[in-house]
Design a protein around this ligand. Sequence first.
Ligand SMILES: Cc1ncc(COP(=O)(O)O)c(C=O)c1O
Length: 400
Amino acid sequence: MPFFSKNKGGFESSLKKRIVADDITRLRLKYDLWYQSFDRQEGNKVWLDDRELLMLSSNDYLGLAYDPRVREAARDALMEWGTSSTGSRISNGSRRYHAELEEQLAEFLGKEACHIHSAGYLSCLASASAFVGKGDVILVDRNVHSSLWDGIRLSMASIERFFHNDPEDLQNVLSYVDAHRKKMLVVEGVYSMEGHLSPLPKWVKIASEHDCFILLDDAHGFGVMGEQGRGTAHHFGVEDHIDVICGSFSKSLASTGGFIAADRSVIEYLRTYSKQTIFSAALSPSQAAAAAKALEIQRQEPEHLRRLWKNTRRYLDFLENLKLDYWQSQTPAVPILVGGKEKAYFFQKRLMEKGVYANLVLPPAVPPGKDLIRTAISASFTAEDMDRIEDAIAHAAKGR
Ligand SMILES: Cc1ncc(COP(=O)(O)O)c(C=O)c1O
């Protein structure tokens, strides 16, 4: 039999055997976990096997991802510029629409400059890896997103983690870090799984006392916190003290892609050295146009943000009254912890019985023991949608 045969009995490496034997992948296949593919969508409703489900796990906080004006802007850009940027920003990929969106975002965030990437993941990876290197120290909240962790590891800097949202622990960690080393503090504005708000004024104070550069990932704070949804730094009035704000277009900005906003010199440094910035193709025309239109609507129509918070307050009160564990979320990103993997799995199934879809999240996406159903509130939810959500959660909670 030739060595390249695909027939059974052909050569199979030990690595391949380990991959095939993986427990979680087997479990996933057995129970058809995750990677759910919906057949159709209209607004915040999706269809699975001809059943209509209300989407309770999208990060479309302002409800603009299906707005006709956003879809039209994306379509028009596609017709004007084509389907792809076909190259990196540093070479042939830069277009006027990139520069315009960067200027608008920088101004909105109160920063001098901005750079956009084709994914929020890339923006976070680039922010966490570009500014520090060997010999430097990164101080990081344990619960930050995977994109930041990957960037932190790529940077080759020493890593000092502190307990989630715990300024005392950060002080403690800093007490044994060499004061002469260059330091970067990495936190999120709104934590994506927990929905916790970061105590930014405390981080700013500690950072100024210990000469730390601050990187803030505000993927879930942008569009949600602060006046006009300018983000968590604006909410606390500390935007001038945050060196770099990165984020994503896949939440409030109804698109895909990501941004990094900072002083011009910091952005130009990133453009010179960041591998993710130099060696990856620029954001496509339709995605940039969708984000630009969503930003314009976000600025001009405050009713979306108001409705988001009205829905969020109603939902958090409802979960509190039902005595469900929502990890004390303070924002529209709301986990429901139901105590174990199987319970979470059946909670998700029971939500679907009542026409609601929400994500099942298990380790390694969350720490062991924190299996959860990750829900997210949107401005697009009507009072009837909220009724349906509450009915479904009450039903799922009974079966716990
Ligand atoms: C906190 C945080 N940062 C970064 C990202 C990456 O953004 P994107 O999914 O748009 O690439 C996410 C997305 O899940 C996130 O939650």
